[in-house]
Design a protein around this ligand. Structure first.
Ligand code: PMP
Ligand code: GLN
Length: 386
């Protein structure tokens, strides 16, 4: 194809291909065990798949209503009320989206204006910063503090200015596997009182939380819920990241702005899958069983590598485990992740990719949402690295 001659003024001049795509592609080419990108290697529920197929056969193959089908929004509203005690009205306060990424894009596009500041915490999930920049905003990236990746609320306080439009939080946290405590949420609530700050609360791993901890959803805190968007992902919850389904909940006035953008960047999302999810959500065990299921996988992984040279603190949430390799190598985490994919046939994610400044703490992220067999094969490779 001839080269495009017109000068392109890139809206994201420094953006490269996402690290998740890069590492999964390399793992595939190298036939390596892929503990990099966050997705399960075991099947989604056959019952859920049957429900989708049934909905297709019953004719739910045309556009769904713009905000999502009502029965699914009702089921989501019931779930949030049961778990976190707050009622979101299904008519006006919940919208079904094409995964959490789409919800995040829509929220930022609807609410962040030119020169607005958005506070994010690094290591941060990769889509926040570019989306803010695409909308003319500026990200203020604060680093979570070692060794627990905790938030320094004093630093947050001094970083808030008249320009601060939004704060993005993520709990349980990708990639660190830490969770925000009730105290953290109360501090945030206190800090944003009497401001115009909107919170985007990325809770895609809400059901993946371990050691008896309780997920501190934004919805539990009235002073936060009234100014927040809660973002969730069915892909993470029901082992089908490829379906790209999620939702967003928030107070009516915020949701009205959300929908103004939603209707133009997607209009509505997959109809038969919405039908199926509405039915599947009726059985609470489908998500309440997840902590036990994933904690067993985390424990299998950590027990298998306990005598390795990697240092770690057990992940408290998400399906990611960080491993510190500083006793093994001083190479950059990116170089090492690529090298081990090629030479050791084990793929991971370098945590520096989650920092704008590419801060390298000599830590790699491993996904344990895998069959026990895959986990043990990965562990065997880690044990052989000296
Ligand atoms: N936020 C975080 C923290 C994530 O790890 C992911 C990756 N799944 C997303 C958002 C995006 O979720 P989805 O696949 O539903 O778009
Ligand atoms: N959330 C997934 C992860 O952190 C990746 C999603 C994606 O590839 N965009 O690995």
């Amino acid at each position: 194809m001839p080269n495009y001659q017109t000068a392109i003024s890139s809206k994201l001049p420094n953006a490269s291909t996402s690290i998740f795509a890069v590492m999964s592609k390399l793992a595939h080419e190298e036939k390596a065990i892929n503990l990099s990108q966050g997705y399960p290697d075991f099947p989604s529920s056959p019952e859920l798949i049957d429900l989708v197929s049934q909905a297709m056969k019953e004719g739910f193959n045309q556009y769904a209503p713009m905000p999502g089908i009502f029965s699914l929004r009702e089921a989501i509203s019931d779930k949030i009320k049961t778990l976190y005690g707050t009622h979101y009205h299904p008519e006006s306060e919940i919208t079904v989206t094409a995964g959490a990424t789409h919800a995040i894009y829509t929220i930022i596009t609807a609410l962040v204006q030119k020169n607005d500041e958005v506070i994010i915490f690094a290591p941060a999930y990769d889509c926040y910063d570019p989306t803010v920049r695409l909308n003319g905003g500026k990200t203020i990236e604060l680093e979570l503090k070692a060794p627990d990746f905790s938030v320094d609320w004093e630093e947050v306080k001094t970083s808030i200015s008249e320009k601060t439009r939004m704060i993005i939080i993520n709990t349980p946290h990708n990639p660190s596997g830490t969770v925000l405590s009730r105290q953290d949420m109360l501090k945030l609530e206190e800090l944003v009182k009497n401001t115009n700050i909107i919170i985007l609360s990325d809770e895609v791993y809400e059901h993946l939380i371990y050691d008896g901890l309780e997920h501190q959803s934004i919805a539990r805190f009235p002073g936060l819920a009234e100014r927040s968007f809660l973002v969730a992902s069915f892909g993470k919850t029901f082992h089908n990241t490829g379906w790209k389904m999620g939702y967003c909940a928030g107070p009516k006035a915020l949701m009205e702005e959300f929908r103004k953008v939603h209707q133009f960047n997607v209009f509505s999302v997959n109809h038969p899958v919405q039908k199926a999810l509405a039915t599947y959500l009726e059985d609470k065990a489908h998500y309440l069983s997840l902590p036990k299921f994933f904690q067993a996988k985390r424990d299998l992984f950590l027990d298998a590598i306990k005598d390795s040279k990697f240092r770690f603190k057990p992940s408290l949430g998400t399906y990611f485990q960080l491993l510190d390799f500083s006793q093994i190598s001083q190479e950059s985490d990116l170089e090492l992740a690529k090298k081990w994919t090629k030479e050791r046939k084990l793929a991971s994610i370098p945590v520096s990719a989650f920092y704008n400044k590419r801060t390298d703490h000599k830590v790699l992220r491993f996904c344990f949402a895998k069959s026990d067999e895959t986990i043990l094969k990965g562990a065997e490779i880690l044990n052989s690295i000296e």
